[in-house]
Structures are given as C-alpha cells and as structure tokens.
Design a protein around this ligand. Structure first.
Ligand SMILES: [Zn+2]
Length: 256
C-alpha cells in the first residue's frame, strides 16, 4: 500500500540511505556512518573533477568548493582522496598529510580532513538536538549557529595541521616562512604566473621531495655527486643557486 500526502506518495527511505529534511540528513543511519548514495555520488564527482583536463589549481578549487562540503562524514574516502590530491600536486605518496590539510592562509592546500569532519558534524548535530526541543524558530536559530560553529571548528582543524607541519624537522621552517605571506603561495588558489612545469616542481621542492642524488631517503648511500657538474653533493640549493652549468638560467631568473 502506498501512503499519499496531498496526492504525492511519501518517499520510502531504504536501508543505510537518508533523506534531507530542513537541510539535515534523516533516516536509518547515524552521522558517523554516511548514507551510501551521498558517498557514491560524491566519490564519482571527485573522480570526475580530479581526472578531467582542468589545470591542477582549478581541480583543487573545485574539490574544496563543490565536492568536500557534500562529503559530510565519509572518513573511509579520506585515504583515496589524499592519494588522488597528491597526484594532482605531483607529490609521491609518502609526502606528509599536513601539507594537504593545513589552511590555504598558511600556504597549504586546505583540504578538509574528513575524519575530523565526521566528529565536528556529530558534535554539531548533538548540540542542535540539545538546544532545540521546540519548533521552527529554535530549529532555524540552532542550525545557523551550528553552521558557524562548524566553520570555526573546521578552520581550527586546518590551523592545527599547519602547526604540526611547522614542527616537522625537514621543511617546517620553510613552510612557516611561506605561510607568513599569503602571496608566497598564490599558485594554490590562482593560475596566474604559474606554468605546469612550475606546479610539478614547487610542491616537491617545498617538502624536500625532489629526487636528487644528495638527499636520498633510503639508507643505501649511492653516488651523491651533482649529475651536471660533479660537485660533491647534489642538493636543491646547489642545483638552484650554485651549479655553474645552470648559470644562464640563474641570470634569466635574476632579470625576470
Ligand atoms: Zn652541479
């Protein structure tokens, strides 16, 4: 039998599915356990965005603006998303997560930590339930306050990721210097003055992950000499500032 309300059939909620009522998901599911259809749709959208022909900084923008807000509590998707975003940044999978999750105001990617997001939403939802025993007015007021509280918490999570990044021994100090001035990371949110070649280089360089002879991570110490001039140790500083076969490029950079 189909129950109708004013002529319209009342939708039936399936197992592990939800329905949005007044902007909040309701159904046979807890917030920490995401509705299947939301997860599937968001995953598909994320794959479409990250695999298409947009410029890499546009992919990140689209991900932050349109996809992540839909993933209300999808911690299982966290690892795959990080792996794909590292691909967009041309970073190897061992690159630290803090660079992805720290705020764009600190020169990083500003990707939402979905595991923390689940906690934030669970807390916000509980709080809303506690403060709205009554009807519409309280419900509306609570949801508005909940939104701003969630936004504050989200930014706090990003700032905490930046602090963890700054404490890392190899590149913390460098990232702190970049984070001090927003213009130092303009390539994160705009394609201006950035070529694809620079995008492929800049994230690896900031995190000390450029494959150079003098900075191998493995215990096996091979030939550390510069592949161009034979200098004793091939480091990023040597390649960018001291290696004489590149002197014409240094001059062009100086005059630019
Ligand atoms: Zn050299």
């Amino acid at each position: 039998m189909k129950v109708r309300l004013m002529g319209q059939p009342i939708p039936v909620i399936g197992e592990r599915c939800s329905h949005r009522y007044l902007g909040r998901p309701v159904g046979h599911t807890r917030l920490s356990c995401p509705p299947l259809q939301v997860l599937a749709e968001a995953e598909q959208a994320a794959r479409l965005v990250l695999n298409n022909a947009l410029a890499p900084w546009q992919k990140l923008d689209a991900l932050r603006a349109f996809i992540l807000p839909r993933l209300t509590a999808t911690a299982p998707f966290d690892a795959e998303l990080r792996w794909r975003v590292k691909g967009v940044l041309q970073l190897p999978s061992r690159a630290c997560q803090e660079y992805l999750h720290a705020s764009t105001s600190r020169g990083c990617v500003g990707l939402t930590e979905l595991a923390s997001e689940a906690d934030i939403l669970l807390m916000a939802s509980q709080w809303q339930l506690l403060t709205s025993p009554d009807e519409f007015v309280r419900e509306t007021a609570a949801s508005q306050l909940q939104e701003s509280a969630a936004a504050l918490l989200r930014e706090a999570v990003r700032q905490a990721a930046a602090e963890r990044l700054y404490r890392l021994p190899h590149h913390g100090k460098l990232m702190q210097t970049i984070g001090d001035q927003r213009v130092s990371s303009h390539y994160m949110y705009s394609g201006s003055f950035t070529r694809f070649a620079e995008w492929r280089f800049v994230h690896r360089a900031q995190l000390g992950l450029v494959p150079l002879n003098g900075v191998r991570r493995s215990r096996v110490r091979g030939d550390e000499r510069c592949r161009r001039c034979g200098y004793a140790r091939e480091t990023l500083h040597h390649v960018l500032c001291d290696c004489m076969p590149h002197s014409a490029a240094f001059q062009r950079r100086h005059n630019a």
